[in-house]
Design a binder for this molecule. Structure first.
Ligand code: 3HC
Length: 312
């Protein structure tokens, strides 16, 4: 067996690949692509919610939202660190995000225009992220799988706090319930797009499934998400904005309407409602944070110099 054949057999045995293991360049490349874009999604994902921390309706809601946004920063940190084990530098990854070379999840290019969006983002966006990330706890690349275990524990808090915001609104005044419904109307379809293009249009799924990077396809996870979420919407008393949504007894799943793929590709090509604003905010934060990075690096260099003089 040649190296590639041995690698494929090792993957097929459900073993974990570790940083020091031999791996095909294409495996390394697609992992760097997916993990870095996952990390970018976490960090850019802080922006829509960060905008509402000062507008939260109570100190309790403010502290919960603050905790969630801070969690997302930590998720980005775990994922950038997992990505660096593949031999790439954090600076290069961040530069790819700022230049538009690297993607991040399309969902974060939509504006969060009401407090109800904080509930909808937690319930739908983090709910979709959980559906996508739980299988990644069994992804074939060790550092990625281990990062996902910690991320998923925190995501369940994110989803539940979002659902709770919507429950409070749906049990509130007519205006509050209307605000929740208006929010779901805007976020439902972009949340389905988070799972990526249809399987037949996905350029990476076949290889990612063979290498057990992905454990389910885009369409399988999207369907699982819809099947799980529709009963929750019914519990809230909210209507999902899809006239074709209907339980199909024969399939044992919900049938649903056609996703606007033109909108999806428009957004991931950088032309969504907030793409430019999001990257500008990230670039500004990076520039303004340069002094922190320089101070931390100077400190670690000084400590290294001190310990080497002690050793000498
Ligand atoms: N947004 C932006 N780009 C997307 C996308 C989306 N929703 N769905 C697919 N794409 C891109 C892919 O990155 C790929 O482009 P590339 O070659 O330049 O990377 C192209 O569209 C084709 O899509 P594929 O389905 O072939 O690509 P993948 O096999 O990588 O599948 C994915 C896409 C399902 C997003 C997969 O990359 C994945 O599972 N990534 C890990 C999870 C992740 O990144 N989730 C994003 C949300 S994280 C989040 O929500 C944080 C939470 O705390 C709120």
């Amino acid at each position: 067996m040649n190296m590639n054949e041995r690698f494929e057999a090792y993957i097929a045995s459900d073993a974990k690949i570790e940083p020091k293991d031999w791996m095909p360049d294409a495996y390394r490349k697609t992992l760097i692509r997916q993990i870095s874009q996952h990390a970018h999604s976490e960090v850019v994902g802080m922006l829509p919610e960060g905008n509402w921390v000062t507008r939260a309706p109570s100190l309790l809601r403010k502290s919960i939202l603050l905790a969630k946004v801070q969690d997302e920063a930590g998720h980005g940190l775990y994922l950038y660190s997992a990505c660096e084990t593949l031999g790439v530098s954090r600076d290069d990854l961040i530069a790819d995000l700022h230049s538009g070379k690297a993607k991040y999840s399309s969902i974060f290019n939509y504006p969060a225009t009401s407090w109800a969006d904080m509930g909808t983002i937690g319930w739908l966006v983090d709910g979709a992220a959980i559906m996508n990330q739980v299988p990644l706890c069994k992804t074939s690349y060790g550092p990625y799988a281990r990062a996902m275990v910690r991320v998923c524990k925190e995501e369940s808090f994110h989803q539940r706090q979002g659902f709770q915001i919507l429950l409070a609104l749906c049990n509130g005044t007519e205006e509050q319930k209307a605000m929740a419904q208006e929010s779901i109307n805007r976020w439902w379809w972009p949340a389905l797009m988070m799972f990526g293009p249809r399987d037949e249009d996905s350029q990476h799924t076949e290889e990612s499934m063979r290498w057990r990077i992905k454990r389910f396809t885009n369409d399988e996870l999207r369907q699982k998400f819809i099947d799980m979420t529709v009963p929750q919407a019914e519990l809230l008393g909210l209507t999902i904005p899809d006239p074709d949504l209907k339980w199909n007894e024969e399939r044992g799943h919900y049938d649903f309407g056609e996703i606007n793929w033109e909108e999806f590709y428009h957004v991931i090509r950088g032309n969504g409602p907030c793409n430019k604003e999001r990257i500008a905010a990230r670039q500004q934060a990076h520039d303004e944070g340069a002094w922190v990075r320089e101070a931390a690096l100077a400190h670690s260099k000084k400590r290294a110099a001190q310990s080497s003089t002690h050793a000498a």
